[in-house]
Ligand binder design. Structure first.
Ligand SMILES: [Zn+2]
Ligand SMILES: [Zn+2]
Length: 327
């Protein structure tokens, strides 16, 4: 197999030929057909997440076909198309796992962070954490659903059922969740980097009622806002934009420090929440919804060997929608 490997933090990934791997008990091997590039991959490369593991193969929006099955795997077949998300394994016995909150598991394994991921021609996954994807939709179009879509979905659920929804940071996740929110009959207000007219126009094509800079006030008070950008300054701005009792959800795994702000922005029962990881039930719920709703993802495709270019373009905001690597 070949892979783009992170050998040392804050250095470019390196094209590497590795021995083929065999799935262990409960595992499957997947021939990777597409793997999305997520903001979290940048945090992994930059060493911004705790207890980094290197060398590591990043990538946790994996679409591919099963080409080997280990012992004790049930319900999956050779050649079946599956998706592998960020949540790679949970312990099943900690208090969080037992209260149906496996996203908060005390002993998790994360794909592309603490276990090798999908920036490769093949990967090994825990069979119980792989989602059967069926045959509808291309591999490239499905890949961004595995994290941008899934984390966005969990954020949207936690944001509540308010009608007017602000999305701060209109990247891969927001471009999917804007479509979901529209299908649910909500109004979407898209906030981009100030002056980013191209992304604002992109948001309008996806049904946003309004699009502007993150330094602007929306034309009406919002019921809820989701912050996908990794910028802590957006927290007080979003609190300012939501009505009494409104919710602000921080969707990212990492964010710059939140500046101090007057208590008045939080008062009147506004709520500030964060989203961590996903549960398998989120995946089941979201993937079913996404296919029923006909969600369309916009992707820029890069050959696997050009993973560093994809990461640099993501960092610089050089494309709209998602980036997807293809071996
Ligand atoms: Zn656990
Ligand atoms: Zn991700």
């Amino acid at each position: 197999m070949q892979a783009m490997v992170l050998n040392r933090l804050r250095t470019p990934l390196e094209w590497t030929v590795l021995p083929d791997r065999l799935p262990g008990p409960g595992q499957i091997r997947i021939e990777v057909a597409a793997c999305g590039v997520c903001r979290t991959d940048l945090h992994v490369v930059d060493g911004e997440l705790p207890d980094p593991v290197v060398p590591i193969i990043p990538g946790h929006e994996i679409v591919g076909r099963i080409d080997a099955i280990g012992p004790d795997v049930e319900g999956l077949t050779m050649g079946e198309r599956v998706g592998v998300p960020w949540l790679g394994h949970t312990c099943g016995v900690c208090p969080y796992c037992r209260m149906q909150r496996e996203n908060l598991c005390d002993h998790p394994v994360f794909t592309g962070y603490t276990r090798d991921g999908g920036f490769a021609t093949a990967t090994i996954a825990d069979a119980r954490f792989a989602f059967p994807l069926g045959e509808v939709g291309s591999d490239v179009s499905l890949a961004p659903l595995l994290c941008a879509g899934l984390i966005g979905w969990r954020s949207l659920t936690i944001a509540g059922d308010g009608k007017s929804l602000g999305l701060y940071g209109f990247g891969a996740a927001a471009h999917i969740i804007a479509q979901v929110a529209r299908r649910q009959g909500r109004s979407v207000f898209a906030f981009t980097r100030p002056g980013d007219a191209v992304t604002q126009a992109f948001a309008r094509t996806l049904g946003a009622a309004w699009a502007g800079g993150s330094n602007e006030a929306p034309p009406e008070q919002l019921d809820a806002a989701i912050i996908f950008a990794t910028v802590g300054e957006l927290v007080p701005r979003a609190l300012k934009a939501v009505r009494k009792g409104g919710r602000v959800v921080c969707a990212g795994i990492h964010m710059s420090d939140i500046p101090s702000f007057p208590y008045a922005l939080l008062w009147e029962e506004r709520q500030l929440l964060s989203v961590a990881n996903l549960t398998r039930q989120d995946g089941v719920d979201f993937l079913r919804q996404a296919s029923q709703m006909g969600i369309v993802t916009h992707s820029t495709i890069y050959p696997l060997r050009n993973a560093n270019e994809a990461l640099a373009d993501l960092r610089a905001g050089r494309f709209d929608g998602a980036a997807v690597l293809v071996p």
